[in-house]
Every structure is written in C-alpha cells, then in structure tokens.
Write a protein that binds this ligand. Structure first.
Ligand SMILES: Nc1nc2c(c(=O)[nH]1)N[C@H]1C(S)=C(S)[C@@H](COP(=O)(O)O)O[C@H]1N2
Ligand SMILES: [Mo]
Length: 372
C-alpha cells in the first residue's frame, strides 16, 4: 500500500480557507487512484462537521459524468412511475439531518490477520449536514403497492467490464420510510459534489455507507431483495464468529446495516511529542444503534478512565465531539485510549471480533506519544 500526501482539491464545498490557501496540515490520503479512494486526515475529527474538502471518498468504479440535471426514476410496484429532476426535488418540502457517513471497511487495516480490500485506517468516515427530500415523501408521491417490500437502489456509475457486477443494492421498505432517510442534494450547505454522489445520493443515518447510494438514478419498488454480488455476497457479516481462513455459509450471515459504537481521537496525533503535564484529548464518538452516552479516556492502558465532556446533539448515527484533559506525568513513551458507550449500553471493545471482510473495526483508538 502506498500513501502519498499530494494535494487533492475536491469539488466546491464549504469554502474552508486556511493560511496560504492551505486548509489542513495534512491533505486527504490517497489509498487508491483508479478509482480514487481518499481518506480523511484524523486531525479533521475535532469538529461536528467534516469539511467537504477533506471528506473521505470511496467508490467501486469511479464517478459517472457530471450531470447536474440527471433525473431519478421511481419504478416497479408503484401507482405511478415518476421521473424527477433534482430541480423537482428542490421544489418539494426539504429535510436536513446531520449524520455520520462511515465505510463498512473503515479501520480494516487494523485487523490481524490482514483482510484483503482497501486498507483503510480510521479516516474512512465523516459527518456532514445533508439536505434533501424524505424518501418517504417520494414514495408517497409514486404510491407504493402492498406487495412492495424492498426498494432497489441504482446509481449511474457502471462497472468497467460487462462481466463485473454493478453496484446495485436494496433496502427494506421500513427503512426507506424512516423520516431520516433522505435523497440528498446538498452536503454542508452546498450542492452535493460529484465525488460524493452529486446530483443526488441516499442518506441513511445509522447505517454503513454501502447503503448510501451515490449518483442515484433509479428506485425500484420490488417484492424481493435485490439479487447480485453487492447484496448476497458482499456487505454481509457472519452471525457467529468465524476463524481466519474460514468463511460463513451465506444463510448464516446478515447484511451490514447499523454501524457499531466507536470513537476516534483527533488530537493528540499518533507519534506526537508532548510536554509533561496536562494535555487535551479531542475526538468524535458515535453509534448506529443509539446516541452516545459517554466517552472515557485513559493514559494507563485502560486501568483507569476519565470521563470526557461531550459537545453537540446526541442522536442515533450522529457524532458528538468529546474533550478531556489527561495528566501525562512521566517522561518517555505513553499512549492515550478512547472508549465510547452508547445509550443502548453498547461499549466500544478493546479489540473487535475478526470477520472475513474486515468490516466494522471499532476497537479502542490508541495514540502513541512521547512525553518530553
Ligand atoms: N453508486 C454508488 N454509490 C456508492 C458506492 C459506489 O461504488 N457506487 N460506494 C459506497 C461506499 S462502499 C461508500 S464507503 C460510500 C462513500 O461515500 P463518499 O465517497 O461520499 O465518502 O459510497 C457508497 N455509495
Ligand atoms: Mo464503503
């Protein structure tokens, strides 16, 4: 794996301007070039909204051509098939949610033994304010037939070869009707950039990013789950732990939906050299099951913990910033850990259970330091 620190200017966002035009000490990290896989530098995880310029980018085949007026078709088991342009959506009542977008493979590189796939560190995540139309409103407009149990989700991006399966997904109708499920056209107050699925993408707070279809062109109301590789094979977890080298039978797996409770430290940075004394620890914490209840930090490998202060609104699939002060008394090597607990009682584990696709790594985040 090669990580370069070249500058990647993404399409227009919230116009974050730093000294000398440079907004961040570190730019997006390139984990793949074709298609682009870009990871957010951890220093950005000290705030409620991740600036669009440093928001991670991932897709299976790369973006389709930019077409700001690309229509969305609503088809299948509906009263009336619809074709709606982004302007049609903008003319409808809008809804706004602040929610975490996290790749199911975030943290994959930390599993031992290693699992094939993009070797993400902690940066395959971000939180944005998403604005769009409730999917429930669109479905009501089309009129959903009783037999419809799933919504097929298709994007405009196509695989490189006809033999490669397309990234077609579906979601159960109940999740589609959740008032927080949106078809978004804005991210952080600006039109959704192409790299993040513009003009239209799905927003599914609390669920992993594979459910957040980008470049959305078709919603098909159907009886069954979408067939094909990206539903039946990929994005599934074993129901009971399997050992490295083993695989689970498809019927003893479940789809990757709610992401587990997790926290990530933005500061101090791994490898930092700090002066002896009190040091501030800042980061973000979230869960796909419930709001965050508490975050604790430790400077003694988890023997004792200190409660952190939480900032922002608590909510399922929404991150809060945590802040704590730790006394680093001894000179030499040190490390700081963070551990989040959600309101449903889920506690971030020291090490998560290994799984064959390396999904949902949510172990305690450890940063190693030198105290001088
Ligand atoms: N149409 C389409 N949507 C997609 C994908 C894709 O390949 N094609 N990748 C998914 C995955 S795996 C991730 S992690 C997120 C990444 O969203 P981002 O690039 O806005 O961060 O998009 C999701 N939506
Ligand atoms: Mo992903």
């Amino acid at each position: 794996m090669e990580i370069s620190r070249r500058s990647f200017l993404l399409t227009a966002g919230a116009g974050f301007v730093g000294l000398g035009g440079r907004a961040w000490g570190a730019d997006l990290l390139e984990l793949g070039a074709s298609p682009q896989q870009l990871e957010t530098p951890l220093e950005a995880f000290d705030r409620l909204h991740t600036p669009t310029e440093v928001f991670f980018v991932r897709s299976h085949f790369g973006p389709p051509a930019l077409r700001a007026d690309r229509a969305l078709e609503i088809t299948g088991l509906v009263g009336t098939s619809l074709s709606l342009t982004p302007d049609d959506l903008r003319a409808m009542p809008s809804a706004t949610v602040t929610a975490v977008l996290i790749c199911a493979g975030a943290g994959r590189s930390l599993y031992e033994p290693r699992v094939p796939g993009v070797q993400w560190g902690h940066g395959a995540m971000g939180q944005a304010e998403w604005r769009g139309v409730r999917l429930a409103d669109l479905l009501a407009k089309a009129g959903v037939a009783k037999e419809a149990k799933h919504v097929g989700l298709r994007g405009a991006d196509l695989p490189p070869m006809p033999t490669t399966p397309p990234f077609y997904r579906s979601m159960p109708i109940a999740r589609a009707l959740d008032p927080d499920t949106l078809v978004a056209y804005e991210m952080n107050g600006a039109p959704l950039p192409l790299s993040h699925g513009g003009p239209l993408r799905l927003v599914v707070p609390g669920w992993a990013a594979d459910n957040w279809t980008k470049w959305l062109v078709e919603l098909e109301l159907q009886k069954d789950e979408e067939p094909g590789f990206y539903m039946q094979t990929a994005y599934r977890m074993p129901n009971t732990p399997v050992h490295p080298g083993e695989s689970a039978a498809p019927e003893s797996t479940h789809p990757v939906h709610e992401f587990p409770v997790k926290s990530v430290i933005a500061r101090p940075a791994d490898g930092a050299r700090l002066a002896r004394g009190r040091s501030e620890v800042v980061g973000v914490a979230f869960s796909g099951h419930a709001g965050i209840d508490r975050v604790d930090v430790s400077a003694d490998d988890g023997r004792t913990w200190t409660g952190a202060k939480l900032e922002g609104e608590a909510g399922l699939g929404r991150w809060q910033v945590f802040r704590a002060s730790l006394d680093l008394e001894k000179r030499g090597d040190a490390s700081v850990l963070a551990r989040a607990t959600d309101a449903a009682g889920n506690v971030q584990p020291r090490t998560p259970t290994w799984n064959p696709s390396g999904y949902f790594w949510n172990g305690w985040h450890r940063v190693s330091l030198e105290v001088a």
